[in-house]
Design a protein around this ligand. Structure first.
Ligand code: DAH
Length: 345
């Protein structure tokens, strides 16, 4: 085919090519081994010498014309293909989706975390201990020997005879931490954890509940250190105006022992139903660690002194979130639990 015929043919093909496949077929048709332009190029053999240069240039320009056309068209076809693909994959964001329920920490968890933060900021460690505990740690080494009336008050779940039990308080962790300290190291720990008692469940009792235990052992510690510590905690939890007061009490493992009250969060201390018109509510049992307890765990009471405290985490949360039934914390009905989640989100 002559140059002119090829050009004509090419113009026709340019107009009719419909897709990438056809375009590639054209490439073979023109530039393939037996392609029209390639064949034309072979004609150079029959061209007189003085015209070879011009002939060569003509073939080259034909070839680059085809290549230009090919490249541009290829881009167009590829873009069309991509658009088609995207069109097919389009996501309709106006469609309503399936609602995914989101979880949130329970208010009890939130409260425990808040308490932990306060104590961490005062240099305490957060520790834990086993829920299946030995009588030795839960009672004996806390100055509650067999037959002691204090054992009745903590009506206990025993497992495996008389020696293993579900801990009725977090206080045994005090003993474990002191034994680890070997009578040498000062101690600052809190221990939040589950405790168990043979109580019938009602609005204010639960056979399983959460205590937060605290223990500080060092040199020259007094009750006023405990008072200051409790003020830091309760003002952080319930506001700067919260007042903290001590009343004498009795625990076998502390001497002296105190009950700690805070001004009623509901009425600010004026007197209401929540505080039974007293202006205060009791929230903590505490005291100075009994010398015998220190001694039994390897700390010399002539050298060391300390304070300890324990409180119910649910009780603190009930005060904070104005809840009057402890069973709320162990309720698994999401419709009820959700109401409290919203308050802390
Ligand atoms: N373990 C006590 C209870 O369950 C609470 C308690 C009172 C803990 C005084 C203490 C403390 O550490 O010093 O009722």
């Amino acid at each position: 085919m002559s140059e002119e015929q090829i050009r004509k043919e090419l113009e026709k093909d340019k107009k009719s090519v419909k897709d990438l496949k056809e375009l590639n077929d054209l490439k073979v048709k023109y530039l393939g081994k037996k392609g029209l332009i390639s064949l034309l190029n072979q004609e150079i053999r029959n061209v007189p010498n003085e015209e070879k240069k011009e002939f060569g240039m003509m073939v080259n320009s034909l070839r680059s014309e085809f290549n230009d056309f090919y490249d541009k068209k290829k881009e167009v076809f590829e873009e069309e293909l991509l658009n088609k693909k995207l069109e097919g994959e389009r996501i309709d964001i106006s469609l309503s989706s399936t609602k995914v329920e989101k979880g949130a920490p329970s208010i009890l968890e939130k409260l425990i975390e808040e308490v932990e933060e306060v104590f961490l900021s005062m240099g305490y460690d957060v520790v834990d201990g086993p829920e299946i505990e030995e009588d030795k740690y839960n009672f004996e080494m806390l100055n509650i020997p067999k037959g002691h009336p204090a054992r009745d008050a903590q009506d206990t779940f025993y497992v495996e005879g008389e020696e293993k039990l579900l801990r009725s308080q977090t206080s045994p962790v005090q003993v474990r931490v002191m034994l680890e300290g070997k009578g040498e190291k000062p101690i600052r720990v809190i221990c939040p954890g589950k405790t168990y008692r043979r109580d019938d469940d009602d609005a204010s009792h639960s056979h399983q509940f959460t205590q937060i235990e605290g223990l500080l052992v060092d040199k020259d510690i007094s009750l006023s250190d405990l008072k200051g510590t409790m003020e830091v905690l309760f003002r952080k939890l319930y506001g700067e105006d919260t007042e903290v007061r001590f009343r004498p009490s009795y625990y076998p493992f502390t001497e002296p022992s105190v009950e700690i009250d805070i001004s009623c969060v509901n009425c600010g201390g004026k007197g209401c139903n929540v505080c039974k018109k007293t202006g205060f509510v009791t929230v903590v049992g505490a005291g100075m660690v009994h010398p015998d307890v220190l001694r039994m765990s390897g700390y010399d009471p002539n050298e060391w002194s300390g304070f300890a405290f324990g409180f119910g985490a649910e009780r603190l949360a009930m005060i904070k979130y104005d809840i009057n039934d402890i069973r709320v914390f162990y309720n698994t009905d999401l419709r009820e639990v959700k109401e409290f989640d919203r308050e802390v989100l």
